[in-house]
Design a protein around this ligand. Structure first.
Ligand code: SAH
Length: 455
């Protein structure tokens, strides 16, 4: 192909890539075009032309796709948060289901995976219970906050994100007006100077409690009482803290949390289980969909009340506690010690006595306990991070021969890889279902049931 940078081409978008970009072909040569929607006819400017494929950006939309919708958010294009807001929601769901199916086929070798219809949201906006807004300055020295533009650290000035709750905007307005009035400078990544780095906001959807945590490059917050005065007037405000982070790093939160007002945590519930959530806790960001996901996990686990369940990668024990009342005993394993502390407290908070929690790597704790204590499992639940399960863990799981394995995954490519191993070692794939936890983005959550083959 003789395309080169800055060429202008006319192209029809026929497919979508894993980052939500549109894909069209010029004489068989694929061009990846950000913000183009499947079905669009566009003119595009080539931004990079490689040997076998290239990239471009939309110049003009000549004929918009019938699947194209007007994004609710005026920043949807440049913002790194949403990739597919311009695609109608039913098509977003179809795209995610196809992603799962393709991974299971191509990577897992499952010709005809037993897929059940993906579970979407009735209202695919305002669903996030957590947001982290970076704070900085614009060219004129004005304090701004919003989200990073895709793949950069440039802040798009936008306090109204439609994935989060409307209260966030009010909170940000108050934080920024406090900073302006008290001359508290935003942190500057280049020089390492200034104070306020991020504003973390969390809301308990069922409790109505709100948490604000300012991540600061300082030992304390100057005129903190002025901030408290402004924020405590917000309905539901329950926790105002700072997180001290003085390192030059992309890691947002600092480990040291100091209380400014209220409590250091908020409480929320999923179904009839209550959870205590601190600034540093991992907690699922979409509580409406999480409930559906956990109910499916309960259904897939097929519990009758006597089973021993191991919940690996358990975080603050959310799935473990959700299953505990229907099981004989639940054991959770998680790498972060603080999360295990939260899990134990959450068990106590709900009066659950048949749950135990262990700190460590799942791929170390499980093999060691299997070897030394001959632990057993009727059901194993895994919910690993994107990289999936370590092979040592999969080996032990197979040796333990649980009746059922429920695999919750936020990356269907590594899911497919792990299922290939498990189904090559005595298990069969029984149920697969997508749950849309991250509407308007390309991220896909999947839940799978595999069962031990009867010989
Ligand atoms: N099941 C929980 C959390 C899932 S997120 C929930 O639904 O809320 C994945 C979790 O795995 C995180 O809490 C992360 O800290 C933990 N983790 C990452 N690597 C791990 C490992 N090797 N062993 C155990 N836990 C791990």
């Amino acid at each position: 192909m003789n395309l080169k940078k800055n060429d202008i081409v006319q192209i029809t978008i026929e497919d979508m890539g894993h980052n939500g970009e549109g894909i069209g072909k010029i004489d068989g040569y694929p061009l990846f075009i950000k913000d183009a929607v499947i079905g669009d006819e566009i003119s595009a400017i080539v931004t990079k032309a490689g040997k076998s494929y290239g990239y471009g950006r939309v110049k003009d939309i000549l004929r918009p796709s019938i699947h194209r919708v007007e994004p609710l958010c005026p920043h949807a294009g440049p913002c790194g948060g949403c990739q597919i807001q311009a695609l109608e929601y039913s098509r977003q769901l179809e795209y995610k289901e196809n992603t799962i199916r393709n991974h299971l086929k191509r990577i897992g070798g499952f010709e005809n995976p037993p897929m059940e219809p993906i579970i979407g949201m009735d209202q695919p906006f305002y669903y996030r219970n957590k947001a982290q807004f970076p704070v900085g300055k614009d060219r004129d020295g004005r304090i701004i906050t919003g989200f990073y533009a895709g793949r950069t650290h440039r802040i798009i000035d936008n306090r109204r994100c439609y994935l989060g709750l409307p209260v966030n905007e009010d909170i940000l307005n108050r934080v920024i007006s406090y900073m302006e009035e008290c001359s508290v400078e935003p942190y500057d990544e280049e020089t390492g100077t200034g104070i306020v780095r991020h504003v973390l906001i969390r809301s308990g959807f069922s409790s109505g409690e709100v948490m604000v945590c300012l991540v600061v490059n300082a030992k304390s917050l100057p005129s903190g009482e002025k901030l408290v005065e402004r924020l405590r007037a917000i309905p539901g405000m329950a926790s105002i803290t700072i997180s001290i982070n003085r390192k030059k790093t992309n890691v947002i939160m600092g480990e040291d949390i100091r209380l400014l007002w209220g409590k250091t945590y908020i409480t929320d519930s999923i179904g009839d289980i209550q959870y205590r959530v601190s600034p540093l806790s991992f907690y699922q960001v979409n509580p409406v969909q999480t409930r559906k996901l956990y109910e499916l996990a309960l259904e897939y686990a097929g519990l009758t009340g006597n089973e021993t369940v191991w919940d690996l990668y358990c975080g603050i024990g959310t799935i473990s506690l959700f299953l505990a009342r229907n099981a004989g005993r639940v054991c959770g394993v998680e790498i972060i010690p603080q999360a295990i502390e939260d899990a134990k407290q959450n068990a106590a908070l709900n009066g659950i006595e048949n749950a135990e929690f262990f700190v460590g790597k799942a791929e170390e704790v499980l093999p060691q306990k299997y070897r030394d204590e001959q632990i057993k499992a009727d059901v194993i639940v895994v919910d690993p991070p994107r990289k999936g399960c370590d092979e040592k863990l999969l080996e032990t799981m197979v040796q333990m021969r649980p009746e059922r394995i429920v695999y919750v995954s936020c990356d269907s490519a590594t899911l497919a890889r792990d299922l290939k191993y498990l189904c090559g070692n005595g298990y069969e794939l029984v149920r697969v279902r997508g749950v849309d936890q991250f509407c308007q983005t390309v991220h896909v959550e999947t839940i799978v049931l595999i069962q031990r083959k009867t010989m």
